[in-house]
Design a protein around this ligand. Structure first.
Ligand SMILES: Cc1cc2nc3c(=O)[nH]c(=O)nc-3n(C[C@H](O)[C@H](O)[C@H](O)COP(=O)(O)OP(=O)(O)OC[C@H]3O[C@@H](n4cnc5c(N)ncnc54)[C@H](O)[C@@H]3O)c2cc1C
Length: 398
């Protein structure tokens, strides 16, 4: 019997969701599903700042979770993709291996680009991976003992979560956050005010509208001066692997695979792209952010979509909307920033311990979803909003 070979690249939120839900949807059918990932265990990326603050996020073995569903786990680094021959090269402990596929789900996620400024790679730390978060974890206790200066560069949600987590865990640390834009610009006025107040309570200094040019061994240089540090964390924006671009797939300026509204690469319909590595925004007329909140629904959708395709059924296009952004501000406070259908902040927020508890629930829920992919739902637009959205797409308004 001929088996259909499905390969999932990446075992993050989107890849794990896609592989496990697909295995469930296609149970008993002639398919071989293989998931390739560099690490042998699942990494809770949304908790890497907690790891750096010496907490231990739950980990579980990829093999243990995938094998009972009949999914083969291959530990290795994907180094090449050839869409013409539908083949991959994977660097494993046993050497380079070739892996063929009939359908590919590209879910390689993102990382932090440490080449964007001079001196960044040499002198700054990041929360790009467990290994880099662990470097910070090992430095922070001794730094705090001597009242050391920690500079966090980047005022996005990662920078905000990291600053508050470290300042709360190590009250003697002098934490300063530098950001190019106005602080909290992605939040509503109420949300921004609340985060500023929390920063003040934790003694974190904010220097916004500061454009950094370079990092030296002991200072950050910006447009109007420099600031000395003992440790520097780079919390700049995420960047995606170059594999798709190198393979000749159509990508956006950031390197994300451009997909149609079924999450298929516009270059090759046998390749699906999901999570941080995918850009479906033009196809569905909705802005998409790199987030776990995006990755999991895409993983769910692609599993349903591909199962229907293999069974000769038409699947409805991908449709999605955000309801909120969840931001931890240490362990005792959090901000839930509600957003509209275009992901713009509303004035409705949830704060304090209720916000912290809600955020903690969401973090646990994301891992639960990865482990129980059958019992999840896709956050779709409410029916009334769906009709308005369709109409706005027809006349090209967003
Ligand atoms: C500190 C921090 C806090 C965050 N907090 C939030 C939050 O509160 N809410 C939210 O929605 N999002 C949050 N995010 C963002 C979120 O973690 C990502 O958007 C999400 O993980 C993307 O999921 P993914 O499946 O696309 O990719 P990932 O989770 O990044 O998984 C990709 C996987 O592919 C593997 N991989 C990459 N390249 C290769 C290769 N060449 N070969 C083999 N394997 C490879 C990686 O090792 C990884 O396991 C946070 C991120 C950070 C760093």
């Amino acid at each position: 019997m001929k088996y259909t070979r499905i390969v999932v690249l990446g075992g993050g939120y989107s890849g794990m969701m896609a592989a496990r839900r697909l295995a469930h949807n296609l149970r008993g059918q002639p398919v071989e599903i293989t998931l390739v990932n560099t690490a042998p265990h699942f990494v809770q990326r949304v908790r890497l700042h907690e790891l750096a603050a010496d907490r231990s996020p739950l980990r579980f073995s990829m093999h243990d979770v995938l094998q009972p569903n009949g999914i083969t786990f291959m530990q290795g680094l994907v180094t090449a993709l050839d869409p013409q021959t539908r083949a991959l090269t994977v660097k494993t402990a046993a050497g380079d291996q070739s892996l063929g596929y009939d359908y590919l789900i590209y879910a390689l996620g993102s990382s932090v680009d440490m080449s964007v400024l001079p001196g960044l790679r040499e002198h700054a730390l990041s929360l790009a991976s467990e290994a880099t978060a662990a470097q910070l974890r090992d430095q922070l206790p001794s730094l705090a003992q001597t009242g050391g200066r920690l500079l966090i560069c980047g005022g996005g949600l990662t920078g905000i979560e990291a600053a508050t987590e470290f300042a709360e865990t190590y009250p003697d640390l002098k934490v300063t956050l530098l950001t190019r834009d106005e602080f909290g610009a992605q939040l509503s006025l109420k949300g921004r005010t609340y985060v500023r107040q929390t920063f003040q309570l934790l003694g974190i200094e904010i220097r916004d509208k500061t454009v950094i040019h370079a990092i030296t061994a002991d200072a950050v240089e910006y447009d109007s001066g420099s600031l000395a540090y003992d440790a520097c964390l780079w919390a700049g924006s995420f960047s995606v692997p170059t594999l798709a671009r190198e393979a000749g797939l159509k990508v956006n300026t950031g390197g994300q695979i451009i997909t149609d509204d079924h999450l298929r690469s516009v270059t090759d319909s046998h390749i699906y792209a999901i999570g941080d590595a995918a850009d479906v925004s033009a196809a569905i007329g909705t802005p998409i952010r790199m987030a776990c909140a995006t990755a999991l629904p895409m993983g769910m959708h692609v599993a349903n979509e591909l199962a229907d395709r293999l069974n000769g059924r038409e699947h409805r296009p991908y449709e999605f909307m955000y309801y909120f952004r969840c931001i931890s501000l240490g362990r005792k406070a959090g901000l839930i920033q509600f957003v509209d259908a275009n992901d713009q902040p509303k004035e409705t927020i949830m704060t304090g311990r209720a916000g912290a508890a809600f955020k903690e629930f969401i973090c646990r829920y994301t891992t639960w979803q990865v482990r129980h992919p059958r019992w999840t739902f896709l956050p779709r637009r409410p029916a009334a909003d769906r009709a308005a959205h369709k109409a706005s797409q027809v006349v090209g308004v967003r």
